[in-house]
Design a protein around this ligand. Structure first.
Ligand code: ATP
Length: 306
């Protein structure tokens, strides 16, 4: 599997603060990678170092197999980026803004500019907004325009810093669908977020930053793989305990956790004993559990819910 982003022992110090502290990122081709961390944990600083906008204090960054920032001129035209609320000219239309951005960027002829701009606007669902100035756009539309800017060069890699920040639920859903669409088209997506739910719904691979340190990095499916136990919901939890002597590891209200990863077997035993079962499933940790276990004190810092 090709590494699309690889950092090793990446450090950024601001005075005595280690904003990023020895981070080894491993983002592979085809990932939708969620870079999760509380506010101030160092996500934006890391993203800026990836793109060569901030120089590391120490450590290395490779983007699409090439060393940054040395290879920035060659690599950045293959990367689309959106960092901290894109800036636009409010009095110009979305189309005009993108045309300016396209002209300022490298690689891409002026002859095909209007076609590129039109395609990018269509892609983010802004094809129909015409000449309306950007100052009349909603926040969601501005964010989508920012994404359109990142898409002008048909990037192999999209790097997005908190792409749904400040959006309403509908805007968030739209961005999520757009990103999944781009991913289906072959783009690797790296996004930072402080929202667990967002990452859980969107990402295939997760990295968790806690006060500058990468405390967790793995496939989401691995992190939330079945634990080897079965969860039973029943109005009579104590009868389950009595029937499955020794296999019940916890009881919380009507929720009973039973050792054994075969729900059918557990069900047969309970039904055989005449115990009503209202729900039955393999136990899996939620991403929230996994993050809390890895990041310890961040329970009040990474937001589980919007
Ligand atoms: N230019 C700078 N000078 C000094 N300190 C900085 C600078 N940039 C960031 N920091 C500090 O580094 C730490 C990490 O900041 P960073 O913006 O990378 O975090 P973040 O995870 O992106 O947070 P947020 O979600 O709030 O943007 C913070 O304590 C911040 O105050």
């Amino acid at each position: 599997m090709t590494a699309v982003i690889a950092t090793s022992a990446l450090v950024k110090r601001y005075g005595r603060l280690r904003a990023v502290d020895g981070v080894d990122l491993d983002v592979r081709e085809g990932d939708v990678y969620g870079f999760l961390g509380a506010n101030g944990s160092g996500k934006t600083t890391t993203v800026r170092m990836l793109l060569g906008l901030v120089l590391p204090t120490s450590g290395d960054v490779e983007l699409l197999g090439q060393r940054m920032p040395r290879a920035a001129r060659r690599v950045l035209p293959r990367v689309g980026a959106l960092i901290e609320g894109p800036a636009h000219y409010g009095h110009l239309s979305g189309r005009e803004n993108l045309a300016l951005l396209d002209a300022a960027g490298r690689g891409g002829s002026w002859r095909t500019r209007s076609r590129r701009v039109r395609a990018a606007l269509e892609q983010v669902g802004l094809g129909g907004v015409g000449r309306r100035p950007v100052k009349a756009y909603s926040l969601g539309m501005r964010q989508r325009l920012g994404l359109a800017g990142a898409l002008l060069r048909r990037p192999e890699l999209l790097v997005l810093d908190e792409p749904t920040n400040g959006l309403d639920p509908q805007g968030i859903t739209e961005i999520r669908e757009l990103l999944l669409d781009l991913h289906r088209g072959g783009t690797t997506v790296f996004l930072s977020s402080h929202l667990l739910a967002e990452v859980e719904q969107l990402c295939s691979r997760v990295g968790v930053l806690d006060r500058g340190r990468l405390v967790l990095q793995d496939q989401l499916a691995t992190l939330t793989a079945p634990t080897g136990s079965t969860v039973v919901h029943t109005p009579v939890p104590e009868r389950v305990r009595a029937t499955l002597d020794g296999r019940v590891t916890s009881v919380d209200g009507q929720r009973v956790v039973v050792r054994g990863a075969d729900p059918a077997e557990v069900n047969a035993l309970l039904v055989g004993a005449g115990i009503p079962v209202t729900a039955l499933a393999l136990e899996r940790p939620t991403l929230e559990h996994v993050v809390l276990a890895a990041a310890g004190t961040t329970s009040d810092r990474v937001e589980a819910q919007r």
